[in-house]
Design a protein around this ligand. Structure first.
Ligand SMILES: NC(=O)C1=CN([C@@H]2O[C@H](COP(=O)(O)OP(=O)(O)OC[C@H]3O[C@@H](n4cnc5c(N)ncnc54)[C@H](O)[C@@H]3O)[C@@H](O)[C@H]2O)C=CC1
Ligand SMILES: O=C(CO)COP(=O)(O)O
Length: 333
């Protein structure tokens, strides 16, 4: 039987543990608080992150990383992106030499502008063939309700992507394989920033033309960055690109979208942070995505606008006027 260790028992870690258990895996779900692990085992629910959802029998919760990692075929990493480096340094010694490390995170590291798979390779000292990414339009609450959705299992080694695909395929969860890890990770990280932008527009009372413009031009700047970094541009019209962007930008379940809406309605950054219970990756990653764009000489005007609103306190109305008064350009260049 395939064994998975899921490191992170928040919304997506718990929902994905359900998917793997439903796919027939034996799943160990790690979280840093022993009391929550005990509650999950005793009640078969995770009241802090997925209240009211019954967890399958195949999941066992623990706060002991070595216990979770023992014999794992897959170590699924799903904590906030900015905490990965420190956490993984503690978990790595417990992982076996054959364990495939799978990133479910959608952020870029602040300071280094590294993708999560790069941080994993560096900290755990594993080659790219042992690092995979699982991404796509997968809002945790909908997956936990077993609503049908597709995803992408990506690895530079296609046979590893296929093993991951088999380990999480269920009647309601349909992963496709891809070998474009760079494109898949960029799609997931940049869509959070565009989700913030669309949320801000929503909070300002703007309509669907404005939101469709942000989504489409957001995808254009994601693709520009991807091309500069050697990604396959077709990845961005797939589930890891357009698919995830549409889910995040249209759903009130999206934390990034909701965070943006709160800012657009006039909340300060501090007020919006206080109103957000779970991880909205784009809030931190908008700065590292902009950093990544600059390192590759790529113009990312929407990302720049989001950073100016979120971190420089620029009023959304002023930022919008500036965005709309940029010089005229061809649609493709
Ligand atoms: N929630 C969703 O629908 C989806 C989330 N993701 C990505 O999954 C990642 C995790 O997000 P969620 O599970 O939604 O977040 P969450 O906020 O629901 O849960 C985060 C988990 O990490 C733990 N955590 C926080 N700081 C920590 C630290 N310093 N050390 C160890 N553990 C820590 C929390 O206790 C919690 O268990 C993010 O990168 C997000 O972009 C990806 C797809 C869907
Ligand atoms: O990545 C997600 C859906 O695929 C979840 O989006 P949020 O992190 O904005 O909730």
């Amino acid at each position: 039987m395939t064994k998975a260790a899921v490191f992170g028992n928040g919304s997506w870690g718990t929902a994905f543990a359900m998917v793997m258990a439903d796919a027939g895996c034996e799943v160990s779900l790690w979280g840093r608080r022993p009391a929550l692990a005990d509650t999950i085992n005793a009640t078969r629910t995770n009241p802090d992150y997925l209240p009211g959802v019954e967890l399958p029998r195949g999941i066992t919760a623990t706060a002991d990383a070595a216990e979770a990692a023992a014999g794992a075929d897959f170590a699924v990493l799903v904590v906030p992106s900015q905490t990965l480096r420190e956490n993984l340094a503690a978990w790595a010694p417990a992982l076996g030499p054959e364990t495939v490390l799978v990133s479910l995170m959608k952020g870029i590291e602040l300071g280094t502008a590294k993708r999560m798979s790069e941080v994993i390779g560096e900290v755990a000292g594993v080659p790219a063939e042992r690092v995979a990414v699982l991404t796509g339009p997968n809002l945790a609450r909908e997956i936990a309700a077993r609503q049908p959705a597709a995803a992408v299992a990506a690895c530079v080694d296609e046979s590893v992507a296929q093993r991951l695909q088999a380990a999480c395929m269920t009647p309601y969860f349909r992963p496709y394989t891809n070998t474009d890890v760079v494109g898949c990770e960029l799609g997931g990280a940049v869509k959070n920033v565009i989700g913030l932008a669309v949320g801000i527009a929503n909070g300002m009372g703007l309509g669907d033309n404005s939101k469709a413009t942000l989504i489409t031009r957001g995808l254009a700047e994601t693709t520009r960055l991807g091309l500069a970094m050697g990604a396959d541009p077709l990845t961005f019209s797939g589930l890891a690109g357009l698919g995830d962007l549409v889910a995040t930008c249209s759903s009130p379940l999206s934390r990034n979208n909701t965070f943006g809406t709160n800012l657009g309605r006039g909340m300060t950054l501090q007020e919006a942070v206080a109103a957000t219970k779970q991880t909205a990756e784009g809030v931190k990653s908008c700065e590292s995505v902009l950093d990544l764009g600059r390192r590759h000489g790529v113009d990312m005007p929407i990302t720049e606008t989001v950073v100016s609103i979120v971190h420089d306190g620029k009023p959304p109305t002023v930022a919008l006027k500036e965005l709309m008064s940029r010089s005229a350009k061809p649609e493709r260049r």
